[in-house]
Write a protein that binds this ligand. Structure first.
Ligand code: BGC
Length: 257
Protein backbone atom coordinates (compact mmCIF):
# COMPACT_ATOMS: atom_id res chain seq x y z
CA UNK A 1 0.00 0.00 0.00
CA UNK A 2 1.19 3.55 -0.79
CA UNK A 3 2.31 5.86 2.03
CA UNK A 4 -0.19 8.39 3.41
CA UNK A 5 1.49 11.17 1.42
CA UNK A 6 0.71 9.38 -1.83
CA UNK A 7 -2.94 8.74 -1.05
CA UNK A 8 -6.05 10.91 -1.21
CA UNK A 9 -9.80 10.40 -1.01
CA UNK A 10 -12.06 11.34 -3.91
CA UNK A 11 -15.81 11.91 -3.70
CA UNK A 12 -17.73 12.32 -6.95
CA UNK A 13 -21.19 13.80 -6.45
CA UNK A 14 -23.47 13.19 -9.42
CA UNK A 15 -27.11 13.79 -10.26
CA UNK A 16 -27.90 10.11 -9.60
CA UNK A 17 -25.15 8.69 -7.37
CA UNK A 18 -22.43 9.76 -4.95
CA UNK A 19 -19.27 7.68 -5.35
CA UNK A 20 -16.09 7.65 -3.31
CA UNK A 21 -12.80 5.82 -2.96
CA UNK A 22 -9.25 6.04 -1.70
CA UNK A 23 -6.77 6.64 -4.49
CA UNK A 24 -3.08 5.86 -4.91
CA UNK A 25 -1.83 9.12 -6.39
CA UNK A 26 1.26 7.64 -7.98
CA UNK A 27 -0.60 5.04 -10.00
CA UNK A 28 -3.94 6.86 -10.22
CA UNK A 29 -5.85 3.80 -9.07
CA UNK A 30 -8.41 2.99 -6.42
CA UNK A 31 -6.89 1.19 -3.43
CA UNK A 32 -10.20 0.80 -1.61
CA UNK A 33 -13.63 -0.43 -2.51
CA UNK A 34 -15.67 1.95 -4.58
CA UNK A 35 -18.44 3.11 -2.26
CA UNK A 36 -21.69 4.41 -3.72
CA UNK A 37 -24.98 5.78 -2.38
CA UNK A 38 -27.92 7.23 -4.30
CA UNK A 39 -27.99 11.02 -4.56
CA UNK A 40 -30.77 12.06 -2.14
CA UNK A 41 -34.09 13.04 -3.72
CA UNK A 42 -33.99 16.74 -4.62
CA UNK A 43 -30.23 16.91 -3.86
CA UNK A 44 -30.59 19.63 -1.23
CA UNK A 45 -27.34 20.69 0.46
CA UNK A 46 -27.91 19.15 3.94
CA UNK A 47 -28.96 15.81 2.43
CA UNK A 48 -25.98 15.75 0.07
CA UNK A 49 -23.65 16.57 2.98
CA UNK A 50 -25.16 13.67 4.98
CA UNK A 51 -24.62 11.32 2.03
CA UNK A 52 -20.99 12.46 1.64
CA UNK A 53 -20.45 11.89 5.38
CA UNK A 54 -21.92 8.42 4.96
CA UNK A 55 -19.58 7.39 2.12
CA UNK A 56 -16.57 8.74 4.05
CA UNK A 57 -17.61 6.73 7.13
CA UNK A 58 -18.01 3.60 5.03
CA UNK A 59 -14.48 4.15 3.70
CA UNK A 60 -13.27 4.60 7.30
CA UNK A 61 -11.84 8.07 6.64
CA UNK A 62 -14.54 10.34 8.10
CA UNK A 63 -12.28 11.37 11.00
CA UNK A 64 -8.94 11.06 9.23
CA UNK A 65 -7.62 14.53 8.39
CA UNK A 66 -4.22 13.22 7.33
CA UNK A 67 -5.40 12.13 3.90
CA UNK A 68 -6.32 14.93 1.43
CA UNK A 69 -9.98 14.96 0.39
CA UNK A 70 -11.28 16.07 -3.01
CA UNK A 71 -14.99 16.60 -3.66
CA UNK A 72 -16.40 16.94 -7.18
CA UNK A 73 -19.80 18.47 -7.85
CA UNK A 74 -22.04 18.66 -10.98
CA UNK A 75 -22.16 22.46 -11.29
CA UNK A 76 -20.04 25.45 -12.21
CA UNK A 77 -17.55 25.88 -9.36
CA UNK A 78 -15.86 29.27 -9.10
CA UNK A 79 -13.76 30.18 -6.06
CA UNK A 80 -15.52 27.55 -3.98
CA UNK A 81 -19.01 28.73 -4.92
CA UNK A 82 -21.44 26.68 -6.97
CA UNK A 83 -22.99 28.96 -9.58
CA UNK A 84 -25.43 26.62 -11.35
CA UNK A 85 -27.70 23.66 -10.64
CA UNK A 86 -28.80 21.59 -13.62
CA UNK A 87 -29.55 18.23 -12.01
CA UNK A 88 -29.48 19.21 -8.32
CA UNK A 89 -31.50 21.56 -6.10
CA UNK A 90 -31.57 25.27 -7.01
CA UNK A 91 -30.26 25.88 -3.47
CA UNK A 92 -26.79 25.35 -4.93
CA UNK A 93 -27.02 28.38 -7.21
CA UNK A 94 -24.61 31.04 -5.94
CA UNK A 95 -23.88 29.01 -2.82
CA UNK A 96 -20.69 28.84 -0.70
CA UNK A 97 -20.52 25.11 -1.31
CA UNK A 98 -16.85 24.49 -0.48
CA UNK A 99 -17.24 26.24 2.90
CA UNK A 100 -20.51 24.39 3.50
CA UNK A 101 -18.77 21.03 3.03
CA UNK A 102 -15.70 22.10 5.02
CA UNK A 103 -17.84 23.27 7.95
CA UNK A 104 -20.03 20.17 7.79
CA UNK A 105 -17.14 17.72 7.50
CA UNK A 106 -14.89 19.63 9.92
CA UNK A 107 -11.91 19.58 7.57
CA UNK A 108 -10.35 21.13 4.46
CA UNK A 109 -11.39 19.83 1.06
CA UNK A 110 -10.47 20.53 -2.55
CA UNK A 111 -13.69 21.32 -4.42
CA UNK A 112 -14.20 21.32 -8.21
CA UNK A 113 -16.58 20.51 -11.07
CA UNK A 114 -17.16 16.78 -11.65
CA UNK A 115 -16.28 16.68 -15.36
CA UNK A 116 -13.21 18.87 -14.83
CA UNK A 117 -11.80 16.44 -12.28
CA UNK A 118 -12.49 13.49 -14.61
CA UNK A 119 -10.50 15.37 -17.25
CA UNK A 120 -7.61 15.82 -14.82
CA UNK A 121 -7.66 12.08 -14.05
CA UNK A 122 -7.45 11.20 -17.74
CA UNK A 123 -4.64 13.71 -18.34
CA UNK A 124 -2.57 12.52 -15.39
CA UNK A 125 -3.26 8.79 -15.59
CA UNK A 126 -5.36 7.92 -18.61
CA UNK A 127 -6.45 8.46 -22.19
CA UNK A 128 -5.23 12.07 -22.47
CA UNK A 129 -1.78 11.55 -20.94
CA UNK A 130 0.87 13.35 -23.03
CA UNK A 131 -1.81 14.41 -25.53
CA UNK A 132 -0.82 17.59 -27.37
CA UNK A 133 -3.33 20.26 -28.32
CA UNK A 134 -6.98 20.26 -27.25
CA UNK A 135 -8.61 17.30 -25.53
CA UNK A 136 -12.31 17.49 -24.78
CA UNK A 137 -13.56 15.00 -22.22
CA UNK A 138 -17.29 14.61 -21.93
CA UNK A 139 -19.15 12.66 -19.28
CA UNK A 140 -22.37 11.09 -20.49
CA UNK A 141 -24.60 10.52 -17.47
CA UNK A 142 -27.56 12.27 -15.90
CA UNK A 143 -26.28 15.37 -17.70
CA UNK A 144 -23.37 15.98 -20.04
CA UNK A 145 -20.27 17.36 -18.38
CA UNK A 146 -17.17 18.60 -20.17
CA UNK A 147 -13.52 19.26 -19.48
CA UNK A 148 -11.30 21.25 -21.85
CA UNK A 149 -7.62 20.39 -21.57
CA UNK A 150 -5.07 22.23 -23.64
CA UNK A 151 -1.60 20.65 -23.68
CA UNK A 152 -2.56 18.99 -20.40
CA UNK A 153 -3.77 22.18 -18.70
CA UNK A 154 -7.40 22.36 -17.60
CA UNK A 155 -9.57 25.29 -18.70
CA UNK A 156 -12.28 24.90 -16.03
CA UNK A 157 -16.09 25.17 -16.18
CA UNK A 158 -16.65 24.70 -19.90
CA UNK A 159 -20.27 23.42 -19.48
CA UNK A 160 -20.58 22.00 -23.01
CA UNK A 161 -23.63 19.97 -21.98
CA UNK A 162 -25.54 23.22 -22.20
CA UNK A 163 -24.88 24.14 -25.81
CA UNK A 164 -28.27 24.76 -27.36
CA UNK A 165 -29.93 22.75 -30.05
CA UNK A 166 -30.89 25.28 -32.68
CA UNK A 167 -34.62 25.18 -33.56
CA UNK A 168 -35.37 23.23 -30.36
CA UNK A 169 -34.05 25.77 -27.84
CA UNK A 170 -33.07 22.96 -25.49
CA UNK A 171 -29.81 21.97 -23.83
CA UNK A 172 -27.76 19.33 -25.61
CA UNK A 173 -27.73 17.24 -22.44
CA UNK A 174 -31.52 16.91 -22.41
CA UNK A 175 -31.22 15.30 -25.87
CA UNK A 176 -27.97 13.38 -25.82
CA UNK A 177 -27.01 12.49 -22.23
CA UNK A 178 -27.20 8.83 -21.21
CA UNK A 179 -30.27 9.72 -19.12
CA UNK A 180 -32.05 10.73 -22.39
CA UNK A 181 -31.32 7.28 -23.82
CA UNK A 182 -32.82 5.68 -20.71
CA UNK A 183 -35.78 8.06 -20.54
CA UNK A 184 -36.75 7.47 -24.17
CA UNK A 185 -35.73 3.79 -24.19
CA UNK A 186 -33.48 4.37 -27.22
CA UNK A 187 -31.44 1.64 -28.87
CA UNK A 188 -27.66 2.15 -29.06
CA UNK A 189 -28.10 3.07 -32.74
CA UNK A 190 -30.82 5.63 -31.99
CA UNK A 191 -28.77 7.17 -29.21
CA UNK A 192 -25.65 7.21 -31.41
CA UNK A 193 -27.54 9.43 -33.89
CA UNK A 194 -28.01 11.97 -31.12
CA UNK A 195 -24.37 11.65 -30.10
CA UNK A 196 -23.39 12.12 -33.74
CA UNK A 197 -25.15 15.48 -33.75
CA UNK A 198 -23.60 16.42 -30.41
CA UNK A 199 -19.99 15.48 -31.08
CA UNK A 200 -20.21 16.77 -34.67
CA UNK A 201 -21.33 20.14 -33.32
CA UNK A 202 -18.64 20.29 -30.63
CA UNK A 203 -16.06 19.23 -33.21
CA UNK A 204 -17.16 22.06 -35.49
CA UNK A 205 -16.94 24.59 -32.65
CA UNK A 206 -13.55 23.56 -31.22
CA UNK A 207 -11.62 21.39 -33.74
CA UNK A 208 -10.22 19.29 -30.89
CA UNK A 209 -7.38 16.77 -31.18
CA UNK A 210 -9.03 14.11 -29.02
CA UNK A 211 -12.43 13.34 -27.51
CA UNK A 212 -12.51 11.24 -24.34
CA UNK A 213 -15.85 9.78 -23.26
CA UNK A 214 -16.45 9.25 -19.54
CA UNK A 215 -19.44 8.60 -17.33
CA UNK A 216 -20.99 5.27 -16.36
CA UNK A 217 -21.90 4.37 -19.94
CA UNK A 218 -18.24 4.54 -21.02
CA UNK A 219 -17.93 0.91 -19.90
CA UNK A 220 -20.21 0.12 -22.87
CA UNK A 221 -18.14 2.21 -25.31
CA UNK A 222 -17.92 -0.75 -27.71
CA UNK A 223 -21.70 -0.48 -28.22
CA UNK A 224 -21.76 3.08 -29.58
CA UNK A 225 -18.39 4.76 -30.23
CA UNK A 226 -17.83 2.87 -33.50
CA UNK A 227 -21.17 4.21 -34.79
CA UNK A 228 -19.87 7.81 -34.70
CA UNK A 229 -18.28 9.40 -37.76
CA UNK A 230 -15.97 12.18 -36.69
CA UNK A 231 -12.68 13.62 -37.86
CA UNK A 232 -11.45 13.64 -34.27
CA UNK A 233 -10.35 10.41 -32.57
CA UNK A 234 -12.82 9.45 -29.83
CA UNK A 235 -11.89 7.01 -27.07
CA UNK A 236 -13.39 5.88 -23.75
CA UNK A 237 -11.93 7.22 -20.50
CA UNK A 238 -9.34 4.71 -19.28
CA UNK A 239 -10.77 5.08 -15.78
CA UNK A 240 -14.36 4.83 -16.99
CA UNK A 241 -16.75 5.98 -14.27
CA UNK A 242 -13.98 6.11 -11.64
CA UNK A 243 -12.33 9.06 -13.38
CA UNK A 244 -14.29 11.49 -11.17
CA UNK A 245 -13.17 9.84 -7.92
CA UNK A 246 -9.57 9.58 -9.11
CA UNK A 247 -9.44 13.16 -10.42
CA UNK A 248 -11.05 14.64 -7.29
CA UNK A 249 -8.42 12.83 -5.19
CA UNK A 250 -5.60 13.79 -7.57
CA UNK A 251 -6.47 17.49 -7.37
CA UNK A 252 -6.68 17.31 -3.57
CA UNK A 253 -3.22 15.73 -3.49
CA UNK A 254 -1.69 18.07 -6.07
CA UNK A 255 -3.94 20.98 -7.15
CA UNK A 256 -1.88 22.13 -10.14
CA UNK A 257 -0.50 20.21 -13.10
C1 BGC B 1 -23.75 20.43 -15.19
C2 BGC B 1 -22.24 20.32 -15.21
C3 BGC B 1 -21.82 18.90 -14.89
C4 BGC B 1 -22.55 17.92 -15.79
C5 BGC B 1 -22.23 16.48 -15.45
C6 BGC B 1 -24.35 19.40 -16.10
O1 BGC B 1 -25.73 19.48 -16.06
O2 BGC B 1 -24.16 21.72 -15.58
O3 BGC B 1 -21.66 21.23 -14.28
O4 BGC B 1 -20.45 18.78 -15.05
O5 BGC B 1 -23.94 18.09 -15.70
O6 BGC B 1 -22.59 16.17 -14.15
Amino acid sequence: MASDAARAVGVDIGGTGIKAGIVDLERGELISDRVKVATPEGAHPPDVLAAVTEVLSTLGVADDQSVPLGVAFPAIVKNGRTLSAANVSDDWIDFEAEKFFEDGLGRDIHFANDADVAGVAEVRYGAAKDQAGLTILTTLGTGIGSALLYNGVLVPNSELGHVQRARHGKDAEAYAAYSAMERHELTWEQWAKRLQWYYGHIEFLFSPDLFVVGGGVSKHADKFLHLLELKTPIVPAVHRNNAGIIGAAALAGRPTA
